[in-house]
Design a protein around this ligand. Structure first.
Ligand code: FRU
Length: 494
């Protein structure tokens, strides 16, 4: 049954989204209108890839969360489906928060999400009660289970906090349902809890897969836990992170813990901890296993700190990253855009061994819908260049730059001059590695975004740039002499 709230959201979207369509990126997922945050329920269902997202269609601000819905056969072209669920019951009246999805053995589609119910206390404060709920459907319409919530405060381990208990990521393994869920612990930081179930309705608490102990941020949101190349990987998005060198930035951050899962203790033994994405705009990623075994990740290409900054009159805010293929190389997480993107490449322009000293533009190298790889090496054996820079989305006054300094190995992406009249963090530095003094930088641009992939995925960094589309020139600048190879394609996704 479609509730009034759900019907209203679906009608609103149908009525007003045609006015927004022309503003949207070509191949990055957004809402049809209004606000989105985290990816939810990213999973295969009946041979297609479904993606839901935190959605408030009525405004470009966060509000009572619905689940928007799209699906795709190739991760690049997405078909929009009706909004899946709305906050329309007593236990989720203040939001259907993030969660996961899975195809049930009988072919039905299971959504598992956090139901949020707020309550005002005597002293005027609002307290949020977070429990885990399910809805079951056919890939378009979903019914909430009458026995919701299926995981409640009483199912928490000792010290667990029902006010910060959210974002179940569900999967099926060995004939059972499993879910990891973020939870605040009594040391005020966070843990990732593991639950299991035979029927998706009755859940048992199993263990704490990993705990923060106030080391990487506080509350850990939006966990995902999966095997990859012989390792077990936990990804999560910590709130209130303190910066750690150039690896972790403060605020809402993201981390990946690489290790092995001890099946006796049901605990993750850590081997390495790193950032997932080094950009300004990345949070709450989720993964799925594709039909061919690839592990694909998608993230919210935005950050809580900057969501109020956008163009005047904009009618949508929030987009997803390009889905990325994950792998482990030399004990580190690597990510590259899904290979399906290559089908949409058109009009190749390439250059080999171009010498750059000062600022140079090259015939055919421009655009805001592009896939471009630039390989940089020193042009002069006896004197190393001081820095090399690529300026994109450029016109007379605006640009966003990607600058590499070989002396420090720091790559800096700077959107200060990108044209956004808001005083927010606009720059990020991170460490990269050269191989035989060579650095490879791949840039994916889709209207208002720039995703940077270094050395075939050793690092990824995502940025939103709101530069008007007329600014589409690209230039290369060096202090010293460099040689570059460039391969650039336009991306045509209709
Ligand atoms: C992360 C998050 C989740 C929550 C959702 C609410 O961005 O805070 O923890 O479920 O957003 O929209």
């Amino acid at each position: 049954m479609t509730s009034k709230k759900l019907q209203r959201a679906r009608d609103f979207e149908r009525k007003y989204s045609p006015y927004v369509a022309a503003e949207l990126p070509r191949f990055h997922v957004t809402g049809a209108i209004g606000w989105i945050n985290d990816p939810n329920g990213f999973a295969p269902y009946k041979g297609e890839y479904h993606l839901f997202f935190q959605y408030h269609p009525y405004d470009i601000k966060w509000g009572p969360m619905h689940w928007g819905h799209v699906k795709s056969k190739d991760f690049i072209r997405w078909e929009r489906l009706p909004i899946a669920i709305a906050p329309d019951t007593e236990y989720d009246k203040d939001g259907c928060f993030s969660g996961g999805a899975v195809e049930m053995p009988d072919g039905r589609h299971l959504l598992m999400y956090t139901g949020v119910r707020n309550q005002r206390l005597k002293n005027g404060k609002i307290e949020s009660y977070q429990t885990q709920c399910i809805a079951i459907g056919d890939g378009i319409n979903y019914e909430k289970y009458e026995g919701n919530p299926v995981i409640r405060a009483e199912d928490l381990p000792e010290g667990g906090d029902v006010h910060d208990f959210r974002d179940p990521k569900v999967w099926i393994e060995d004939g059972k349902y499993h879910a990891v869920i973020g939870n605040r612990t009594d040391d005020t930081s966070g843990s990732i809890l593991l639950y299991e179930s035979d029927d998706a309705v009755n859940w048992r608490y199993v263990s704490k897969v990993a705990s923060c102990h106030n080391r990487y941020g506080k509350m850990w949101e939006c966990p995902d836990f999966f095997p990859l190349d012989g390792k077990d990987i936990l990804i999560t998005s910590p709130q209130e992170m303190n910066a750690i060198g150039l690896e972790f930035h403060p605020g809402n951050a993201n981390i990946c813990i690489i290790g092995s899962f001890d099946r006796e203790t049901n605990h993750l033994i850590r081997e390495n901890t790193q950032a997932i994405d080094y950009g300004l705009d990345f949070y709450a990623p989720q993964t799925l296993e594709a039909a061919d075994g690839r592990r694909i990740m998608i993230g919210w290409m935005q950050n809580w700190e900057t969501v109020g900054s956008h163009l005047p009159n904009q009618q949508f805010i929030g987009q997803m990253t390009i889905p990325r293929e994950l792998s482990i190389r030399d004990g580190r997480l690597c990510q590259v855009p899904v290979r399906e993107l290559e089908k949409y490449r058109a009009s190749k322009t390439s250059y080999k061994n171009v010498m750059i000293t000062g600022e140079t533009s090259l015939q055919g190298i421009n655009g805001r819908f592009i896939d471009m790889t630039v390989t940089v090496r020193p042009g002069n054996e006896s004197s190393m260049y001081k820095w090399f820079k690529i300026n994109v989305a450029r016109d007379g006054e605006r640009y966003t730059s990607i600058r590499f300094k070989p002396e420090t190995n720091i790559l800096r992406v700077d959107r200060t001059q990108s044209g956004l009249p808001c005083d927010i963090v606009n720059m990020r530095d991170f460490l990269v590695a050269t191989k035989n003094k060579e650095l490879k930088i791949r840039l994916i641009m889709d209207r208002y975004s720039l995703e940077v992939f270094v050395n075939d995925g050793e690092q990824a960094a995502s940025f939103v740039i709101y530069t008007p589309l007329e600014a589409k020139a690209i230039s290369f600048v060096a202090d010293g002499t460099v040689l570059v190879d460039i391969e650039k394609y336009d991306l045509e996704v209709k």
